[in-house]
Design a protein around this ligand. Structure first.
Ligand SMILES: Cc1ncc(COP(=O)(O)O)c(C=O)c1O
Length: 373
């Protein structure tokens, strides 16, 4: 028996994707939307009919993520939100859902609107109350996000799975499949915004769902809906994703090292009130993170600077290497004043969300030191 390959090896080889036609060691980009039939009207390649169904480039990218997640099936979507929406759309009208509160605001906003329109009972529960809420309400679907964006709270996937009879959907965007394989912890479906670290170069919008049980009705419904309704990733984006994922474990390792070192430095800084990061021992959920995350705690952290809104904006304004832009998981470090984006959700005005890239840590620390001075 061959030993299973490590994630770094799977990723570097793009799960074995090559170009048999040219002999190229990288797969070709095939943008065709439609595919030939022969004289007797049989498809030249029975798996290629029309690119709304599938494409070689999408299958190649899915194969890499499937292997990294230890999944049985993986489906790519044109954005992270399209992937989350695909799962909710598989629920019948008047179903019930429990959703962790204080997660990515875009998810909360869309889920509230969708559930109201489809008469789905929606219960929002903070990370700390998820288990009793799941025990008290046997919902059809439970959505958790761990670590959460931007509070960085962690949720014990296995414990929530035990407490629910419904489908457990885990948004693992901030963890990436490199640091947490959510399916191994009991998730029924794991989702990532591949726009973030999976692609990692801030140039592809994509989302992905994976499961260990593709035979289940819910997965078949999601798969059929993607094909029929056309929420498909284009070949070029899929090709870029396959290319980017070759370095995913390497990037995640470096970004996590940078995030931990920066979090520790800022925690000890006089101008900083608190740092939310699962890798810091004082942070709520550090114990869960130690059990559930392997090889690092991710690239996302939130910093509370001493003072208020004006102080936070002064610091973000002075940062030079940390680009002021939304999103996370790219090779370049970013900062965001979340209160400006979502003023109504209780985000502290002195909170700066930080996504660390792969730059040299000394430069990142020096940039924060001059901005906080
Ligand atoms: C945790 C999380 N989930 C989902 C999404 C949505 O992903 P996308 O922007 O690819 O639609 C985001 C985007 O910021 C996110 O941070």
């Amino acid at each position: 028996m061959k030993k299973p390959l490590h994630p770094a090896t799977i990723a570097a080889h793009a799960a074995g994707a090559l170009d048999p036609q040219s002999g190229g060691v990288v797969p070709a980009l095939q943008p065709s939307t439609t595919f030939l039939r022969d004289e007797s009207y049989a498809l030249v390649r029975p798996d290629n009919i029309y690119s709304r169904d599938n494409s070689d480039n999408m299958r190649q990218a899915e194969a890499v993520i499937r292997a990294l997640e230890n999944a049985q099936d993986t489906l790519l979507f044109p954005s992270g939100m399209a992937a989350i929406a695909a799962v909710f759309r598989a629920l019948p009208n008047r179903a019930s859902a429990i959703v962790q509160s204080g997660i990515y605001w875009g998810t909360t906003a869309w889920v509230r609107d969708f559930c109201a329109r489809r008469e789905i009972t929606l219960i929002e529960a903070p990370a700390a109350d998820l288990i009793p809420t799941c025990q008290a309400h046997p919902a059809d679907l439970v959505l958790i996000e761990t670590p959460s964006n931007p509070w960085l709270l962690t949720v014990d996937i296995a414990a929530v799975k035990q407490a629910t009879k419904g489908i457990l959907l885990v948004d693992g965007t901030a963890a990436t499949p490199v640091l947490t394989r959510a399916l191994d912890h009991g998730a029924d479906i794991v989702m990532h915004s591949a726009t973030k670290a999976i692609n990692g170069h801030s140039d592809v919008l994509a989302g992905v769902l994976s499961t260990a049980a593709p035979e289940r009705d819910v997965w078949q419904a999601i798969k059929a809906d993607r094909k029929m309704a056309g929420a498909i990733l284009g070949p070029f984006e899929a090709w870029l994703l396959t290319r980017a994922m070759r370095t995913l474990p390497l990037r995640v390792e470096r970004m996590s090292q940078n995030a931990l070192a920066l979090a520790q430095h800022l925690m000890a800084h006089d101008a900083v009130e608190d740092v939310f990061y699962p890798g810091l021992p004082h942070h709520q959920g550090h114990d869960i993170a130690l059990r559930q995350m392997q090889g690092g705690f991710g690239s996302l952290l939130s910093v509370l600077v001493k003072g208020g809104r004006a102080d936070a904006l002064r610091v973000t304004g002075k940062l030079e290497l940390f680009l002021r832009a939304t999103s996370l998981g790219g090779v370049e470090s970013l900062v965001e004043h979340r209160h400006t984006i979502e003023p109504h959700t209780g985000i502290p005005e002195n909170l700066i969300r930080v996504s660390t890239g792969i730059e040299h840590i000394d430069d990142l620390i020096a940039d924060w030191d001059q901005a906080l001075a």
